[in-house]
Design a protein around this ligand. Structure first.
Ligand SMILES: Nc1ncnc2c1ncn2[C@@H]1O[C@H](COP(=O)(O)OP(=O)(O)OP(=O)(O)O)[C@@H](O)[C@H]1O
Ligand SMILES: [Mg+2]
Length: 274
């Protein structure tokens, strides 16, 4: 283990050495084009355990496309993905899940007519020794994971149709972490939510962070994510504008990165900005 980490670090580009320890995720020089459009063009980002990295940029900047490569939904034309310092060829969603990568898309893909437990185990149901559905075990597991994430949640017996946006978000997150997500991708998790529910998702993110899960939080609203993120990476027209620690830059400076596509002194054009 020690040997592997040392070996991996010595092969990293310069910028990455500014970060202590081995990144959970590194995406290096990723590119993908659709027809003539370079949706992602030579982008490098990384993520440490227990870290929240916000991926920001205008509509069409390439944020979703970049994380869909990590989630195995798209195959990159060029670039390398490393997980825990090791090359991680990801060519489909199953590969990604094997590396502990779970994605929560804005359309949460919940089954509205069944309860939280049924949603948690959708397609991965627990069964008893007799081959019947083990509802008791599934509800117990759901109560355990929801208790950690959202202790105030009580609506275990209701179809999720009746839940608030924030509660639905916690069911989707519970599903990801019950199946051992180490890396969570949240694409615009608060886009459809009110202020109170947005705050609830913020609490969920803090909880996951405390459990050592690394999170890519995608947004085009800097205000939504600035307080939650340890670092921000900004994209524009498929390219990385820069990466900065939220403690080193102001929201206005990051807004400048999003709009003008230029990095301020506190940001570096790539991973490992200190
Ligand atoms: N499957 C696809 N086929 C063709 N073009 C695509 C495809 N997916 C994305 N694009 C194009 O790639 C570019 C980046 O899109 P992407 O969805 O990654 O942007 P985004 O930063 O997530 O934007 P938003 O904030 O609107 O979600 C856009 O020009 C988009 O039209
Ligand atoms: Mg998007």
């Amino acid at each position: 283990m020690q040997h592997n980490q040392t070996a991996a670090r010595s092969t990293l580009p310069m910028g990455a050495s500014l970060i202590a320890g081995t990144p959970l995720v590194e995406m290096r020089d990723m590119s993908i084009a659709f027809g003539g459009i370079r949706a992602v063009d030579g982008v490098s980002i990384d993520l440490m355990p227990g870290e929240v990295v916000a991926l920001l940029g205008h509509n069409g900047a390439g944020k979703s496309t970049l994380i869909k490569i990590l989630a195995g939904a798209y195959k990159a034309d060029a670039g390398e993905i490393r997980i825990n310092g090791q090359p991680a060829p990801i060519s489909n969603p199953r590969d990604a899940k094997r590396y502990g990568i779970e994605t929560i898309y804005q359309s949460l893909a919940l089954a509205d007519n069944v309860d939280a437990a049924a949603n948690l185990f959708l397609g991965r149901e627990l069964t008893t020794a007799w081959g019947t559905l083990d509802d008791v075990a599934m509800e117990a597991a759901t109560r355990e994971v929801m208790g950690r994430l959202n202790p105030n949640f009580r609506k275990f017996k209701e179809p999720v149709r009746g839940l608030s946006g924030g509660q639905r978000q916690s069911v989707a997150i519970a599903r990801a972490i019950h199946f051992n997500a180490k890396i969570l991708i949240m694409d615009e998790p608060t886009a459809a939510l009110g202020p109170q529910e947005t705050a609830q998702v913020g609490e969920l993110v803090k909880q996951l962070k405390a459990e050592g899960i690394g999170i890519f939080l995608i947004s085009h609203d800097i205000h939504d994510v600035f307080d939650l993120a340890d670092r921000v990476s900004v994209m524009k027209n498929g390219k990385l504008v820069g990466t900065a620690r939220t403690s080193d830059v102001t929201q206005d400076e990051v807004l400048g990165m999003i709009i003008l596509g230029k990095a301020p002194p506190g940001a570096a054009p790539g991973p490992g900005a200190s």
